[in-house]
Ligand binder design. Structure first.
Ligand SMILES: [Zn+2]
Length: 348
């Protein structure tokens, strides 16, 4: 998983995982940690084409592919430069999400595939730092046991890859709350994208929207959408780049508001496969993901970060001592989004 590395200049740094594990071992020592191994390539074929899998394998070994196939595969883009060993590294993060899904199918209440959450990958295309869509693979595994599976995505960015993979499938609800595609990659995730039988729900928010507004919009949309859909299991993408310190976007969510959304999902009482996702401010990612894991386990999130964590990692508390001011930014626009979703029947 640590070999999934686009290079030193790229914002998706393996160090995020290393520090999360370090903090997790101290803050949640009771948590069983399993080495998931690599995914079987056949698991990847649940959600990707054979040609694309072969392209990734070939580029990973330093081989070349036809220009047309290269362009289709998404590896020409600056976001996704092909790197040596990316095939194995991608199978490793997919393995984490697939084994988490297996555990939940076998009656674990919750499992966390930390290195997953790569929600932008398309059936035959790498996109937005994502090569294989482990979120879709996990949902597809849950779907074998459950008739209806909901995918909930609280990342800063629209969970477009998962949405498009299941767009015509009314048995998988894809829900995403994010900064509007009018301002941010991937440029999609509008309320009008509704999928088959309203099974895609999108909540786009204005830049600078604060966490109180974000949480209001989450409560008013996610809960009624799930109530209408009646899922039996959940894939929860825990991207933490909606945080106000994150360099890639403009939402103003605090750790405590993010954790409140996690608590709302936990309180549904359904089996949950939790996955990582975005998050590019290294002082945030470990404390937000460990806070999320503790919340999912229904354990208190401690006030301060343990002393044994190096001071240079820049974390002192789990939650944020100060919230962005003024509050309620983007409120009226968020209410409009809620009303539109209600009007088109997405919320029941
Ligand atoms: Zn993101």
């Amino acid at each position: 998983m640590l070999a999934y590395d686009f290079g030193p200049q790229h914002p998706l740094r393996p160090e995020r995982l290393r520090r999360t594990v370090a903090l997790l071992e101290i803050a949640a020592p009771q948590l069983p940690v399993v080495d998931p191994g690599m995914a079987d390539p056949r698991e990847v074929l649940r959600c990707h084409s054979e040609q694309y899998l072969e392209t990734v394998r070939c580029l990973s070994e330093g081989g070349s592919v036809e220009t047309g196939i290269m362009e289709e595969s998404g590896f020409w883009s600056g976001d996704n430069p092909p790197f040596s060993g990316m095939y194995e590294a991608s199978l490793a993060y997919c393995g984490g999400s697939a084994r988490a899904a297996d555990l939940v199918v076998k009656q674990a209440g919750v499992a966390f595939g930390m290195s997953g959450g790569l929600h932008h990958a398309r059936r035959s295309q790498a996109s937005g730092f994502c090569i294989f869509n482990d979120c879709a693979i996990a949902a597809s595994i849950l779907r074998e046991r459950h008739d209806r599976v909901a995918y909930i995505d609280i990342d800063l960015h629209h969970g477009d890859g998962v949405q498009w993979i299941f767009y015509d499938d009314p048995t998988v609800l894809t829900y995403s709350i994010h900064e509007s595609g009018r301002y941010l990659y991937p440029g999609t995730g509008f309320v009008e994208e509704t999928g088959a039988e309203l099974s895609a729900v999108n909540v786009p928010l204005e830049p600078m929207t604060t966490g109180d507004t974000w949480l209001m919009a989450f409560r008013e949309t996610c809960l009624p959408a799930l109530d209408r859909f009646q899922p039996q299991a959940i894939v929860l993408q825990l991207g933490c780049d909606a945080h106000f310190l994150d360099p890639l976007g403009h939402l103003q969510v605090s750790v405590q508001e993010y954790l409140e959304a996690v608590r709302i999902v936990r309180d549904l009482g359904l089996p949950i496969v939790a996955l990582g996702g975005g998050g590019y401010e290294i002082t945030n990612v470990p404390r937000m993901w460990v806070g999320a894991v503790l919340t999912l386990l229904d354990e208190p999130v401690p006030a301060s970060i343990p002393d044994s964590i190096p001071a240079e990692w820049g974390m002192t508390t789990f939650t944020d001592p100060e919230l962005p001011e003024p509050r309620k930014r983007g409120w009226a626009q968020a209410e409009e989004v809620v009303a539109t979703l209600k009007g088109q029947g997405s919320l029941g």
